[in-house]
Ligand binder design. Structure first.
Ligand code: PEP
Ligand code: MG
Length: 879
């Protein structure tokens, strides 16, 4: 029979799929002998069953009952018992951390009787008991019963006026409980449920349901977390941080999640319960100050943090509570960190002997490296500093200040860059945070909601800028010195330093880009960390990495970034600008002689282009693709020409051009006269390009040309072009491979035949995706992909990450059948997917020889190729 409930003593950290991150790690800490309040975890499997069937699996209620009974025996109390109650928390916990996205209810088991029992338990601390009770009704009302949280907040604000919540008297809290109960009655038509078991059951269901709450769905989409995992539910005996000044609650990191430096990083709030810290209700104190307040608990916490780091061999973040002087651990997990910290920490742990370089490489990702390649503010620019907050998530962001999530989303949709400014953020701000370039808050520390979520998203964030007086309703903030910033004013925020500037500050390259360019300060710790990990990736990867480049400058940059050749040089890019005129002449040529003259004019220009590229690549292979797009793309616009003609302003040539534009017009140009079809229809066009390549290769020593034919769907097309090209090469005495792109599904399906005529295949996955799905690559992302993403038809655009099931299947077929026909067939990819982390892993798995991508993504591809090699060798899970 399926087991749906695990006691904390039964699980371990490797059971995250089943117990969620929180449950698995609570079990791990329990096994390590750390002070964890006893409890149990209901599995994600139970949640999935509930979400699919609309009811809990059979036997679950009984199993929960058995575990609750065992918990009651361990604790020597019964849930909600009137004179000496056991209270529990019910907390969500999915496999992947989703901070604040799902529900939690604390203090379950309290009612009008057991509140007295709780007071008695705490040595007559009535105030604490009533404070806990009002918190239960508030949290339960909001999360389980779905009542607008503001109703409770208003009632609390009205009662406390300008005082802190800790200053409310017992009588006032009692009154507040009454008010809250009234709110529940008004809103739901029922009394607040007094039965402790009913409270627990409803809270468990609410946590299950919260998996599909709007904000959780949005977060998962943003973070690419699969939608079908479900959440586990942790039922944990309560410990109380709100018992008085000798109690409190806090969060901590074993090292700085922004820089990676070792030390004590965290926030502590005395006389408070867990949610108060992240909610930014009162200002926290730095964790170091706990040493003065309670040296025993502080020392124990430090020892536990060291134990956890050594055990997990990684940065951990933790939540803890001190109850009347005694420390309790409520959560730990391998902590989120900034991209820079990920690289630093990985190499620090290597130096500490905790992990080896393979593992260090598996601990960083291409996405993180890409983030590090973002620009930063130029240091010599003039800036007007408004204030300084906390450097919560690095990067440089410039945009118009906006003060609500809705406005942020609205302006961003209109193409504006915005900075979302809030006092503090809540999960309701998620849409605005996604839309904004950066986030600025005036309250909350590095563990506040804004900081945690922004770091997770890789978004620039400055938090806790306390000098700012933010007026959300007035849509403005006032900085020290009286400078006022209102909605729409441009500000710049530096998430690495915490600085906030008025106006736009110019940005410059990142230190990591400088490193790849060979211009960085080599003593910089981050530069050293990136260097060591990149060197290791290069030493273990099997995949080659080439560049998509069609200018000398791009080729040169690509080499500096580590490209081992060019995988795609799009020659059509060389037909633009002043040369457009020559293409017009070609199209208008009325006789073979005129056509030859036009081609003769283009040839030397092409030759010069190729010479430059061969020189930049100094002996590395260069795949040159013959012209691909339809010719009318190089001609003037139909409407403009028609207007000119209609106004009588057209020249003779314009008239001819108009006729040509009309003749060449196609309903579906992407499926029309382009690629190899063009080469077969316009005599001499491909031959001219091949001659230019051959001549350039002859002139540059060591040049390694590879000639690539686009859009082939049948071997006959390729054979015709190949024959002509081979003859030109032979005549010039130049050796070059001749191969084809695989970007038409038919080519993939007849790869065995095509390989007879091709020495290499390069997968053009942009067109292959377009033609496999039947999605116009120029239109669909803007028109309906957002709806498709919403519906979960795919988790990410197939133009971004290769669709393994469909397009990937074609790639596999082509690779296998191609290699069967020609064992030494060289295989590469040159669609956009060549620089996408997940797709690079796929290319490794399928056995391609190389990936080719834009110069800026080459470091990411190198890194991911290294990780893919380790992953397939079984060194670890790289997700
Ligand atoms: C492709 O289709 O994947 C490709 C690389 O060619 P282009 O993007 O130039 O059509
Ligand atoms: Mg293509």
């Amino acid at each position: 029979m399926a087991k749906y409930v695990y006691d904390f003593t039964e699980g371990n950290k490797d059971l995250k799929d089943l117990l969620g991150g929180k449950g698995a790690n609570l079990a791990e800490m329990t096994n390590l002998g750390l002070p964890v309040p006893p409890g149990f975890t209901i599995t994600t499997e139970a949640c999935r069953h509930y979400l699919a069937e609309g009811e809990v699996p059979g036997g679950l209620d009984e199993e929960i009952g058995t575990h609750l009974a065992a918990l009651e025996t361990t604790m020597g109390k019964r849930l909600g018992q009137a004179d000496d109650p056991l209270l529990v928390s019910v907390r969500s916990g999915a496999k992947f951390s989703m901070p604040g996205m799902m529900d939690t209810v604390l203090n379950i088991g309290l009612n009008d009787e057991s509140v007295h029992g709780l007071a008695k338990q705490s040595g007559g601390n009535e105030r604490f008991a009533w404070d806990s009770y009002r918190r239960l009704i508030q949290m339960f009302g909001k999360t389980v019963l779905g009542i607008d949280g503001d109703r409770f907040e208003h009632a609390l604000d009205e009662l406390k006026g300008k005082r802190q919540d800790t200053e409310l008297s017992t009588a006032e809290l009692r009154e507040l409980v009454g008010t809250y109960k009234e709110i529940v009655r008004e809103e739901t038509g029922h009394d607040f449920p007094a039965d402790p078991r009913e409270q627990m059951r409803l809270a468990i269901m609410a946590v299950f349901d919260s998996w599909n709450s709007e904000r959780a769905v949005l977060y998962r989409r943003q973070e690419r977390i699969p939608a079908d995992l479900g959440t586990a539910v942790n039922v944990c005996s309560m410990v109380f941080g709100n018992c008085g000044d000798d109690s409190g609650t806090g969060v901590a990191f074993t090292r700085d999640p922004a820089s990676g430096r070792q030390g004590v990083y965290g926030d502590y709030l005395s006389n408070a319960q867990g949610e108060d810290v992240v909610a930014g209700i009162r200002n926290t104190i730095p964790l170091q100050d706990l040493e003065q307040l309670n040296k025993g608990a502080y020392d124990e916490l430090m020892a536990i943090m060291a134990t956890l780091e050594n055990h997990y061999r990684d940065l951990c973040d933790i939540e803890f509570t001190v109850e009347r002087g005694k420390l309790w651990m409520l959560q730990t997990r391998v902590g989120k960190r900034t991209a820079a910290a990920a690289f630093r920490i990985a190499t620090q742990l290597v130096d500490q002997g905790l992990i080896d370089l393979d593992e260090a490489l598996l601990r960083v990702t291409g996405d993180q490296l890409a983030k590090l390649m973002f620009p930063r503010f130029s240091t010599d620019a003039e800036r007007t500093l408004l204030t300084k907050g906390m450097n919560a998530s690095p990067g440089a962001a410039v945009g118009k200040a906006v003060f609500s999530s809705e406005r942020a989303a609205e302006l961003a949709a209109a193409g504006e860059d915005v900075i979302l400014v809030r006092r503090e953020t809540t999960p309701d701000d998620l849409a605005g945070m996604i839309a904004a370039r950066g986030i600025l808050t005036s309250r909350g520390g590095k563990t506040s909601h804004a900081a945690v979520v922004a770091r997770g998203m890789g978004k620039t964030c400055v938090c806790g800028a306390e000098e700012l007086e933010v007026s959300i309703s007035g849509k403005r903030f006032t900085a020290p010195g009286g400078v006022e910033v209102t909605e729409g004013d441009v500000i710049s925020i530096d998430g690495s330093t915490g600085e906030v500037f008025l106006g736009e500050v110019p940005v410059q390259d990142s230190v990591v880009v400088e490193y790849f360019e060979g211009a960085a300060d080599e003593s910089d710790e981050l530069v050293q960390a990136v260097h060591r990990i990149m060197a290791h990736a290069d030493s273990v990867r099997r995949l080659g990495v080439r560049a998509n480049a069609d200018t000398e400058e791009d080729a040169a940059r690509a080499r500096r970034f580590g490209a081992q050749g060019i995988g795609l040089c799009r020659t059509e890019h060389m037909f633009l600008g002043e040369r457009r005129q020559l293409v017009e002449d070609l199209v208008l040529a009325a006789s073979p002689e005129e056509r030859k003259a036009a081609l003769d004019a283009l040839e030397p220009l092409q030759r010069t282009d190729f010479i430059g590229i061969f020189q930049s690549m100094a002996g590395l292979p260069v795949t040159i693709r013959l012209i691909d797009p339809p010719l009318h793309e190089f001609l003037p616009d139909l409407v403009e020409l028609s207007v000119k003609v209609a106004k009588g302003e057209a020249t003779d040539k314009d008239h001819k051009l108009l006729e040509a534009v009309r003749r060449l017009h196609e309903q579906n140009p992407m499926l029309g006269l382009r690629g190899v079809r063009l080469g077969l229809v316009i005599p001499g066009l491909f031959a001219m390009q091949v001659r230019a390549i051959a001549e350039a290769a002859r002139q540059v020593e060591g040049a390694q040309a590879e000639i690539m034919i686009p859009l082939v769907g049948a071997v006959q097309e390729l054979e015709a072009v190949r024959e002509e090209a081979a003859a030109i090469l032979a005549e010039a005495g130049v050796e070059a491979l001749i191969g084809t792109m695989i970007e038409v599904p038919r080519a993939a399906l007849t790869a065995g035949q095509i390989a007879e005529a091709a020495e290499f295949f390069s997968f053009g996955t942009n067109d292959l995706t377009q033609m496999t799905w039947g999605f116009s690559r120029d239109d669909v992302e803007a028109s309906f992909f957002s709806r498709y993403l919403e519906l979960g038809i795919f988790g990410v655009s197939p133009f971004e990450t290769l669709d393994r099931d469909g397009v990937g299947r074609l790639v596999r077929i082509a690779a296998e059948e191609g290699r069967k026909a020609r064992p030494d067939l060289k295989l590469g990819i040159c669609g956009e997917h060549g620089g996408d982390p997940d797709s690079v892993h796929f290319c490794h798995e399928v056995g391609l020889d190389y990936v080719s991508c834009s110069p800026f993504r080459i470091p990411v591809a190198r890194l991911e190729a290294g990780r893919a090699a380790l992953e397939s060798a079984g060194s670890g899970d790289t997700r």
